[in-house]
Write a protein that binds this ligand. Structure first.
Ligand SMILES: *[C@@H]1O[C@H](CO)[C@@H](O)[C@H](O)[C@H]1NC(C)=O
Ligand SMILES: *[C@@H]1O[C@H](CO)[C@@H](O)[C@H](O)[C@H]1NC(C)=O
Ligand SMILES: [Cu+2]
Length: 161
């Protein structure tokens, strides 16, 4: 990103924002609608849940039913030499997993302008196994070698009945 030398403000934003889950609501503060690129709560580069402490379930899913997960790539970190992806997974065993994939991986893409925000609505099948507290994780593995922390994690605390 340095090579573009757009200016210090843009560089600060580049280090500030990348992925947020709208639905189910991610851990932490409620997200504003809409939010700009560089939104702090979208920058959580620590696996598996951005170092956010688990809370009570915020949504109860119906087992075996489809659910539309809505998230936003809040900053595009496309990296041509080692192209990244996003995915959705669930853990029945807290933040350390194991995590089971709920979606195909979603290929990263060249948005041309890094501040591009892209919303995704991905239909997943909720597993049939119930849980009183599970972790739904969305991550953006950008693989971008120019980034100090290239991969981004968000979790939502959910239940399945
Ligand atoms: C993404 O979705 C949010 C929530 O519906 C909306 O406020 C925002 O305008 C959308 N952003 C884009 C870039 O479509
Ligand atoms: C995130 O959590 C991990 C594991 O507990 C810890 O090693 C790391 O220092 C934390 N990072 C930050 C920035 O809090
Ligand atoms: Cu960045």
């Amino acid at each position: 990103m340095i090579k573009y030398l757009i200016g210090i403000i843009v560089l600060v934003q580049i280090a500030n924002a990348h992925l947020c889950i709208y639905d189910p609501p991610q851990r932490g503060n409620a997200l504003p609608f809409p939010m700009g690129p560089g939104y702090n709560d979208c920058y959580r580069p620590y696996p598996n849940c951005g170092n956010m402490t688990a809370g009570k379930p915020v949504v109860t899913f119906t087992s075996g039913q489809p659910y539309a997960v809505v998230f936003q790539q809040n900053y595009n970190h496309w990296y041509e030499p080692n192209q990244g992806y996003m995915d959705i997974a669930i853990s029945y065993n807290g933040d350390n997993g194991p995590f089971k994939q709920l979606s195909q991986t979603i290929d990263d893409f060249n948005a041309w302008d890094m501040v591009t925000q892209t919303n995704f609505t991905i239909n997943v099948n909720i597993p049939s196994q119930p849980c009183s507290s599970c972790v739904l994780r969305v991550r953006y593995i950008s693989n971008n070698a120019g980034e100090p922390a290239p991969d981004f994690y968000q979790c939502a605390d959910i239940a399945i009945e």
